[in-house]
Write a protein of this length. Structure first.
Length: 532
């Protein structure tokens, strides 16, 4: 079965879903019914056919969050082509690499992205550049405008792709190196949506909102696609200028029942005195993804909005989006956990020799399910290293508690090896992140001549005007109270913002490069036994 079952099933002789129900809306305003989505999809199919796009061809999507994005994505899948969902935040160099690596036959882009593409369009080998207007920027001479005014095609005459065929290339976030194209099939997407719809109780009455960009699996494939699978309503926030006020307004306007928020959004929500219970009257579930949410924020959410269940999700692109979740009740008893697997998913923690770990022994997290991509585009060596006998090696470290919960301890490359001890940043971040003066925090390894590596806490203060010296002193005192000496950060650095991927994951690789030479500077005053 292919992903367009979602769009076409309301039109069968035995329909599934209401074709006149709202399928997707932007900011709770501009919307398409399932009938309207199907018609716009079929108009895009005509455009694709007119530009020679056929079965197996790759098509780049460099659009901001929009109704056209959703319609084009389903159109590409319907004709058996492969969507390449491009990150609009990337540089010209990064886009050149991805478009070239994927071998895109055509690239659709919003007119506002024209300045981003100007430096690279001559150096990228692609047959067609297609510009969709979203502002007053004129169509560049090297691009054409898709004709969406002509009648839609009759898609019933087009052979359907098999479920095992590729649907999209989703390039990894690059937290550990150059992006790799994770190949998702139609069945991968439907499997991921099915697992989530079961756990998060999606139905035709579900109104699911994402605050993330559609080029990422942490936005479209999480809550939004599961809601559409059940023929509910998807609410997508328009790109750029994301604020707490916009998020709350969309929730209120569209009567959102399920919302995906990244940790920093959750923090802003619970810290805002302007958000009232009536603003979230329809909200039943907040799913928090990306980096683990800090316990203080979860507790604050429960106290301010007790009718809202807060669940946390853990996953990765090549692992099929979400692989585990921590439900509302378990969050009270296991606040440091990533929870348990979704239905139809297996998770293990493994030793370097490929054997399962013992209880509470740290190992690499492996996952197995029908949502795993199993392949990196044109990268057989990386594919063989990541996908083993049906399992996906995540590169994350974790342990399984005696009562069967997964606790993440960091990425294998994030682990700090200090003086013969393994130090896991997630533990330190949970302690220091509870301080009210911390807006966001990342603990990284930096080189040290004596201990090999020591910890550095990179902090974004909650109050930009706060004294860094005072906050550092308080954090050192907090670390001394709750952490063993070898776990305490040696350095504290304060920044205005932390580099993050689209899914909200902090890019620690960037921070490690930025602060790699701290050991060559004059060391800060340290308390006794303070190491990593």
């Amino acid at each position: 079965m292919d992903i367009n079952w979602i769009v076409d099933s309301p039109f069968e002789a035995l329909p599934v879903g209401d074709k006149n129900a709202t399928a997707v809306c932007i900011d709770g305003k501009e919307s398409l019914t399932y009938a309207g989505l199907r018609e716009r999809r079929d108009r895009y199919i005509r455009v694709l056919q007119e530009h020679g796009v056929g079965h197996g061809d790759r098509v780049g999507i460099l659009l901001l969050n929009s109704l056209d994005y959703v319609a084009l994505y389903f159109a590409i899948g319907r004709i058996g082509a492969i969507a390449v969902r491009l990150n609009f935040r990337l540089s010209a160099t990064e886009l050149t690499y991805i478009i070239g690596d994927a071998g895109c036959h055509a690239v659709f882009f919003h007119s506002s992205r024209t300045p981003q593409l100007e430096p690279l369009h001559d150096s990228v080998v692609t047959e067609h550049w297609l510009c969709v207007a979203d502002d007053e920027t004129p169509v560049p001479t090297w691009a054409s405008t898709p004709d969406l005014d002509s009648p839609p095609v009759d898609a019933t005459d087009i052979p359907r792709p098999r479920g095992t065929e590729p649907l999209m290339l989703m390039y990894t976030s690059g937290t550990t190196g150059r992006p790799k194209g994770s190949v998702w099939t139609h069945e991968n997407s439907l499997w991921a949506a099915t697992s989530q719809s079961m756990v998060f109780k999606c139905s035709a009455d579900t109104v699911a909102m994402t605050a993330g960009p559609l080029y990422h699996v942490g936005a479209f494939e999480v809550l939004v696609l599961p809601a559409m699978l059940m023929h509910g309503k998807a609410v997508i926030l328009s790109s750029q200028g994301m604020t707490n006020e916009r998020i709350v307004t969309a929730m209120r306007t569209a009567s959102v029942t399920h919302a995906l928020l990244y940790p920093f959004m959750l923090y802003d929500l619970v810290r805002s005195d302007d958000v009232r219970s009536e603003d979230l009257a329809s909200l039943r579930l907040v799913l928090c993804g990306g980096d683990p949410a800090q316990p203080w924020a979860l507790q604050a959410m429960r106290e301010r909005f007790p009718a809202v269940e807060v669940q946390q999700a853990y996953g990765l692109t090549e692992g099929g989006s979400i692989i585990s979740y921590l439900d509302h009740e378990a969050g009270l008893t296991h606040p440091d956990s990533a929870g348990r697997p979704l239905p139809l998913i297996d998770i293990r923690t493994m030793r370097p020799d490929g054997q399962p770990t013992e209880v509470d022994e740290v190992g690499e997290v492996w996952v197995r399910s029908g949502a795993i991509s199993g392949t990196f585009w044109n990268k057989p060596e990386e594919t063989a290293a990541t996908f083993v006998d049906g399992w996906c090696r995540t590169g994350d470290l974790g342990r399984v508690t005696p009562d069967g919960y997964l606790v993440l301890t960091g990425r294998s490359k994030d682990m700090i090896r200090s003086g013969g001890e393994n130090v896991y940043p997630a533990e330190i971040e949970a302690v220091l992140g509870a301080h009210s003066g911390v807006g966001a925090i990342a603990v990284i390894a930096v080189p040290d001549a004596l201990r090999l590596e020591v910890g550095c806490a990179v902090v974004r203060p909650a109050d930009p005007g706060a004294s860094h010296a005072d906050l550092e002193r308080e954090l050192r005192e907090l670390a001394a109270l709750h952490l063993a000496g070898y776990k305490r950060p040696r350095y504290y650095e304060f920044v205005d913002s932390l580099p993050a991927t689209a899914s909200g994951k902090i890019q620690k690789m960037v921070l490690r490069e930025q602060f790699a030479n701290l050991a060559h500077a004059a060391p800060p005053v340290a308390t006794a036994h303070e190491g990593a």
